[in-house]
Design a protein around this ligand. Structure first.
Ligand code: ASP
Ligand code: MG
Length: 469
């Protein structure tokens, strides 16, 4: 098989973990597979680069200098732990050193001007992967493999110049990636591609958005027509519910891209939605594999999964700490643009709306917002809408959770909602708001946070999710 293996920040958090990555790669190559590696930055490095870039923009030179030296030390220390061959280690350290010097110059340049542009920010935050990929190359070489570290740009991922959220130009990218990666694989070399980073056609550095390494894996997998993309995680796979809440939660063997996307939206983000979306488009199977159980099959995510009889629900997921904001006013009736206006105000404030529902009398619009943004959302809406006569009040209620019941089998099966809400009634759980997408892939609703564990447990039991499918 041709497999793209993606390792996230946790799986390359230190030298020891990186060695383990080497063992996993070696093991599946020994079974006759061709492997292409995509790696994230070491755990938390991207966050600290982002912070350093911001401080550089404020002219904080001292912080920048200290940050670069800490970062240098961490990566070199990890390389030392991860490999023993002197020559390989020496070469790896040199690669890290020279990149550290580049980073220092860039950050000092930014601090000198005192301005951080989106373009320079993208350059800086991508350094995490510019460090981790060469170290992983060294690890693989140290374990007897041939390997080559590449940035996303070097691997052929060409994007537009929408910094911070660049879009790959798939036609050129597909051709370029194939031209770079295929010959390496044919020569028995393991390409180690730094995820998340890419470049425009003229070579300017870009990034694919936070968490973008999954997306890189999917782009490369599609280009080289991989059989599967394996995303290695510190979890077993996708679960029927949070195992910390539901004792008999089970690993899901197979799930469709659209179901996985619903789960990702409602709190169970194991794979980046952009990666799922593109993998779905290219019909590229994804597999969530467990770092602690490499033998296990994990969860396979594919285009379509046959729904077995009676198996309407696949998983139950929850987002805790949600605020409910209600925009109300009798004269909202017949003012169709208000919902659009409300969403526009929240988008401008960069606030994520988790769920929206509107009463049919059009007297109110209810929105679920992460608690961290609740009062910011309320303020923004009050400022913009209270003067408008249509709106009487913007109220907020805290201490809530969203529950989402997800499954493709719900489509066209009458009675699922009745069963869900019947179970809630039987368990004395009050429902504050409800939404169902017309895709019928999920029913989501809002309850008090303190009711969430009992609600999830009851639904899990009622839909028999603990029993083998
Ligand atoms: N290192 C990047 C981030 O932290 C990309 C990734 O890990 O997927 O966002
Ligand atoms: Mg991630």
């Amino acid at each position: 098989m041709k497999i793209v293996m993606k390792f996230g920040g946790v799986s390359v958090a230190d030298g020891e973990s990186m060695r383990n990555v080497g063992k996993i790669v070696e093991r599946f190559r020994a079974e006759g597979n061709d492997v292409v590696v995509v790696t994230s930055a070491m755990f938390n490095v991207t966050n600290s680069l982002l912070d350093a870039a911001t401080r550089a923009g404020k002219g904080q030179r001292e912080h920048v200098l200290k940050f670069v030296e800490d970062t240098r030390a961490r990566h070199i220390q990890s390389a030392r732990t991860a490999m023993s061959d002197k020559n390989v280690l020496e070469r790896t350290i040199q690669a890290v050193e020279s990149k550290c010097d580049d980073l220092k110059n860039i950050l000092l340049g930014i601090a000198h001007i005192g301005e951080l542009t989106p373009r320079s920010k993208d350059f800086v935050v991508g350094f995490g992967e510019r460090f981790s990929a060469p170290i992983l190359q060294g690890v693989l070489e140290d374990q007897g493999m041939k390997a080559k570290a590449l940035t996303g740009g070097e691997a052929g991922i060409i994007t537009d110049d929408h910094f911070g959220w660049a879009e790959p130009l798939m036609n050129v990218t597909t051709l370029e990636v194939r031209q770079v990666i295929d010959p390496l694989v044919e020569k028995g070399v393991v390409p180690v591609v730094g995820g998340f980073i890419a470049a425009t056609q003229d070579g300017t550095h870009t990034t694919l958005g936070r968490g973008g390494s999954d997306f890189t894996a999917s782009i490369i997998g599609a280009a080289i027509r991989a059989d599967e993309v394996w995303v290695w995680k510190d979890v077993e796979g996708l679960m029927t519910a949070n195992p910390a809440i539901v004792k008999d939660a089970r690993m899901i063997d197979r799930i469709s891209f659209s179901e996985a996307m619903e789960l990702a939206h409602f709190g169970a983000q194991v794979i980046h939605p952009k990666a799922l979306e593109s993998a779905g488009r290219f019909q590229l199977p994804f597999r969530v594999k467990s770092l602690s159980n490499a033998d296990g099959p994990g969860t396979l995510i594919v285009k379509e999964v046959k729904v077995k009889d009676g198996n309407v629900v696949k998983a139950i997921t929850n987002i805790d700490d949600v605020d409910l904001i209600t925009v109300s006013g009798a004269s909202m009736v017949g003012t169709p643009r208000l919902a659009a206006r409300v969403l526009e105000i929240l988008t401008d404030e960069d606030i994520d709306v988790l769920m929206i529902s509107q009463s049919s009398s059009e007297e109110s619009i209810t929105l679920a917002i992460p608690k961290t943004d609740g009062s910011k959302a309320q303020n923004a809406l009050e400022l913009s809408l209270l003067g408008s006569k249509q709106v009487r009040e913007v109220s907020i209620e805290a201490g809530l959770s969203i529950l989402a019941v997800v499954g493709a089998g719900m489509r066209g099966t009458p009675g699922v909602a009745a069963r869900v809400f019947g179970t809630m009634a039987a368990n004395d759980v009050n429902i504050r708001a409800i939404a169902q997408g017309s895709s019928e892939l999920n029913i989501s609703f809002i309850i008090r946070k303190q009711d969430a564990p009992k609600a999830i447990t009851a639904l899990h039991a009622d839909f028999k999710l603990g029993e083998c499918a």
